[in-house]
Ligand binder design. Sequence first.
Ligand code: SF4
Ligand code: SF4
Ligand code: F3S
Length: 367
Amino acid sequence: MKSKVASSNDKQLGGVTRRDFVKFCTGVAASMGLPLTVAPKMAEAITSPQRPPVIWLSGQECTGCVESLLRTNHPTIDSLIFDLISLEYSETLNAGAGHQAEHHRALSIEANKGKFILVVDGAIPVKDGGVYCQIAGKPVLDILNETAPLAAAVIAIGSCAAWGGVPAADPNPTGATPVHEILKDKGIPVVNIPGCPPNPYNFLSTVIHFVTFNKLPALDDKMRPKFAYARRIHENCERRPHFDAGRFAEEFGDEGHRKGYCLYKLGCKGPETFNNCSTLHFGDVSSTGCWPVGSGAPCFGCSEAGVGFNSPLFSKARVSFPTPPLQFTEAVPEKGSGAKSFAYGVAGAAVGATAVALANTRGKEED
Ligand code: SF4
Ligand code: SF4
Ligand code: F3S
């Protein structure tokens, strides 16, 4: 007869077993380029009773970044909030409101000084003393300036917090400013997880890395985690073989568009946008191409500073690496063709340069 006592490996965590967490952490470790052997250590850290306190501040935002986190299934938002982190304050997810919530924020900051993770979504308006975004009658600018020096780490989630995003788009009437710009004079480093919204697993992986190793993952020169933002979308795009073969959708809904051809001529900014959207899809349905390009919409560079919300939607992107990579992902096959990407690649090597020549309406290639 089987024991009714769950083993420690099967300990329940808000409906998710520790074993499932180990599986989840194995995926996290793989996506971060860490040895898979760290997965049990990660699981141990995130299932520890000492959950990292998180204070989540919101500036000029649309709630999309929080919504994106709410859509995670591994872990679900309830296990995330109740087991993985200790979400002390979030204007969107707080059970309490008004003075009660503000009082709890103050108490929690005091009790967790130097230990909590400060997450900020949304840009911070600085014009006119920051009056254009206030929480409980206080500019979020002041709240950020008071709170950040007390945090163990600051994470700017979403392109609004990382680069200014939508609120900072021309003419930026409120002086919307990225979080790192506000804090740079204080010498406080800010991790940027850009995207509109970002993939929630890039955020979760960053938090898990911090909780497990007590330090942030390796960052690039724009303070983005390298595990997620080291490569251009174009490098691993499933439509890349079509780009290399010079096969483009010319109009939305035309034959090329329906066949899954490259969206470059429709304004795709994948060639100048650093993100892992082409390899880590959205909505926990990764095998079904749930990401902009996978569903036929050109990438508009939502996560790239100076691209999303800055470049015209249908302008052609600069292409930095016109030649095909050595190894291809398989192309979205034409119906009935069965053609393999290798064939596209051989043919494409000759036409890639042509594609670039027609591409550069905005300037010459980098690199
Ligand atoms: Fe909304 Fe996008 Fe800004 Fe996130 S980054 S708050 S999803 S506009
Ligand atoms: Fe993919 Fe866009 Fe690059 Fe075409 S231009 S291969 S659709 S990322
Ligand atoms: Fe954004 Fe482009 Fe990825 S629009 S979600 S960076 S594919």
